[in-house]
Ligand binder design. Structure first.
Ligand SMILES: O=C(O)C(=O)C[C@]1(C(=O)O)C=C[C@@H](O)C=C1
Length: 371
């Protein structure tokens, strides 16, 4: 069962930029060299929409032997980035040593990665190492879609005295992630918002998309759902990046993306009042009802055809094909599979009922279709 979290948080977070625009966090997946960090940061600094520079210093990799990050020297480069550009800096921490090093080098904001959020022992270790600091911490969702685990990580940090907290949605590993690298499961995001009210929620389109061409769609959807910010991996030369090359963009690619997204109007276009949102729901529900009515009418006409041609009402091949196609389409836009299956089961059941009625009483059915 889900329980709402009673978190003690600050009103003005350092993570949000304080203005009407969503926070943009950008920077390489991994720190690779001082030159790569500085070149990327200098370009990003020219973009007034970017306020926080990110870089992975310690990289949790799936298999040993992959590039595992440069370690502490990367924190020195990050310090130079901060001194030269004035951008706030953020790194991922996964244990006590990471926390201590990051604090020593004056990193402004920390984040807990998805592979760490899954483990309460690790999160508790980080929380204990942070006790008495009150540095802002962002918590990515756990790899698996477990909201309570995500919430639990926030609570552990909060109980250690961290009050400047934020959530980062980076998508979930599900049996079928396609076309994403990590499935966005947007409805889960709505859920965490209601369970942790007041906690800023940012989106990491890079890890959801896994590829550049999907970044715009994912970012747009996140902003429409009211995301408070975006974390987008940005590299001066993504194609030679030592990690996650296919999902990183150049600073000019980021500039284009942010311009297409039109952050300002996306936010301004957000209806803020409950009444506006309810009107929107009313309008959408009426559209849904109209579509259901039209579908029922088509089903009735198919029923008449089946009756005239002595065909079975239930068509298992067509139904299997239809449901598979609808579930795939739903997955592609991030709608929950179970939810969509339940809806289509109900629609199909209703459709069979209409056609049964046509078979049992054709005159009544014809009359209904003329109304
Ligand atoms: O395609 C048909 O034969 C229909 O009658 C439509 C429909 C449906 O409502 O989707 C209804 C019954 C069949 O079992 C399959 C599909």
């Amino acid at each position: 069962m889900s329980t709402t979290s009673n978190l003690n948080t600050v009103a003005k977070t350092k993570i949000l930029n304080g203005g009407p625009l969503p926070t943009v966090i950008a920077g390489p997946c991994s720190a690779e060299s001082e030159e790569q960090m500085l070149q990327t940061a200098r370009e990003l600094k020219k973009d007034h929409r970017v306020s926080i520079f990110r870089a992975g210093i310690w990289k949790p990799r799936t298999r040993p032997g992959m590039f595992e990050g440069v370690g502490t020297v990367g924190l020195e480069w990050l310090q130079t980035v901060k001194q030269e550009t004035g951008l706030l800096t953020t790194v991922e921490v996964a244990n006590t040593q990471h926390v201590e090093e990051a604090l020593k080098y004056g990193v402004d904001i920390l984040w807990v990665g998805a592979r760490t959020t899954v483990n309460p022992f690790s999160v508790q270790e980080i929380a204990d190492a942070l006790r008495g600091t009150d540095i802002p911490v962002m918590v990515k969702n756990p790899v698996n879609p477990d909201i309570q685990l995500w919430l639990g990580a926030l609570e552990r940090l909060n109980q250690a005295g961290i009050t400047d907290l934020a959530l980062i949605h980076r998508g979930f590993s599900t049996p079928s992630n396609k076309p994403y690298r990590n499935h966005p499961k947007w409805q889960t995001i709505q859920e965490i918002r209601s369970l942790a009210p007041g906690i800023p929620l940012l989106c990491d389109p890079s890890h959801i998309a896994g590829r550049r061409d999907l970044l715009e769609t994912v970012s747009q959807q996140a902003l429409r759902l009211g995301a408070d910010g975006l974390m987008i991996e940005t590299h001066i030369n993504p194609d030679v990046a030592l990690s996650d090359a296919s999902q990183q963009v150049t600073p000019s690619g980021l500039d284009k993306l942010l311009t297409v997204l039109d952050l300002e109007s996306e936010r301004v276009a957000q209806p803020e009042q409950l009444q506006d949102l309810r009107s929107l729901i009313d309008k959408l529900d009426h559209e849904l009802l109209n579509v259901l009515f039209l579908r029922a009418d088509v089903s009735k006409r198919i029923g008449e055809y089946k009756r005239a041609n002595a065909l079975d009402i239930y068509q298992s091949g067509r139904w299997q094909q239809l449901i598979e196609n609808r579930l795939k389409a739903a997955g592609d836009i991030g709608l929950d599979e179970e939810f969509v299956r339940a809806i289509f089961d109900a629609i199909h059941g209703f459709s069979l009922g209409i056609q049964n009625e046509v078979f049992a009483n054709p005159a009544v059915a014809t009359r209904v279709s003329q109304e």
